[in-house]
Design a protein around this ligand. Sequence first.
Ligand SMILES: [Zn+2]
Length: 233
Amino acid sequence: MDKIPYTLQRSNRKSIGFTINAEGLKITAPQWVSQAIINQAIQAKKTWIQSKLLQWRQQSPTPTNWQHGMPLPYLGRQIIVQLNPQLASCRYEGNYNLAQDNDILYINLPSTASSHELKSACTQWFKGRALAWFETRLHHFGQSSGAKPLQLRLSSATTRWGSCSANGNIRLNWRLIHLDSDLIDYVIAHELAHLKEMNHSSRFWTEVGRILPGYEAAKHKLKQKSLHTLPIL
Ligand SMILES: [Zn+2]
C-alpha cells in the first residue's frame, strides 16, 4: 500500500476520526487504539482519503488572477505587480533585499500580455531572487558555522521546502522566497545540519541550533505554512 503521510492525535473520543484539509490528513484516535488498528482503518478508508487529498490539491491554492496591480507575497511582504512595456527588463521599485508591503515589481510586458506571459515573467523574477537570496544566506551561515554544501540547486517540489543528499548537495524550494526571511533561514539551517547528520536525532537538532540559535520559533511558524497555500507561480 502507498504510504499516506498523516499526523496522529490521541484523544478521548471513542472512534478513529479522519480530517483532511490543505495541511493533509489528520487522524484522531482513542488512547487505547494500537498502530495496527490505525493502519487497518487507513486501509479501509484509503479510497476516500486519496480522493479527498486529490480534491484539496486541485482546489488550493486559490488560482492567481494574473493581471496588472496584483499582489504577490515576497519575503513575507505583499508586493504589487505592474506592467510597464517601456522597460528593457523587470525592475523592482524599492530595495528587494529589504522588501516592504506595496513595493512594486515592474514587469516589462505590454498591457495586452496574456496571463500566461505574466505568470512566466513573474516566476522567472522570483526564481532569480530566490537563488541570489539563498546563496547569500548560505554564504552567511557558511562563515559563521563552517557548514557548506557542495552545490545548491533550486527545486520546484510540491511537497517539500528543501532536501539534502548524502553527497552534500542541497536543494531549496524556490517558493520559499514568498516567506519571511527567518523561515527561509530555518530551512537553510535545517538542510545544512543534514550535511553532518542525515537524520532527525537530537544530535541533528543540536547542530541546527549551532547554525541558527533560537530556530524553534521559525520552525513552529513554518509548520503553519503549506506549499498548497502559496500562489501558483
Ligand atoms: Zn530534515
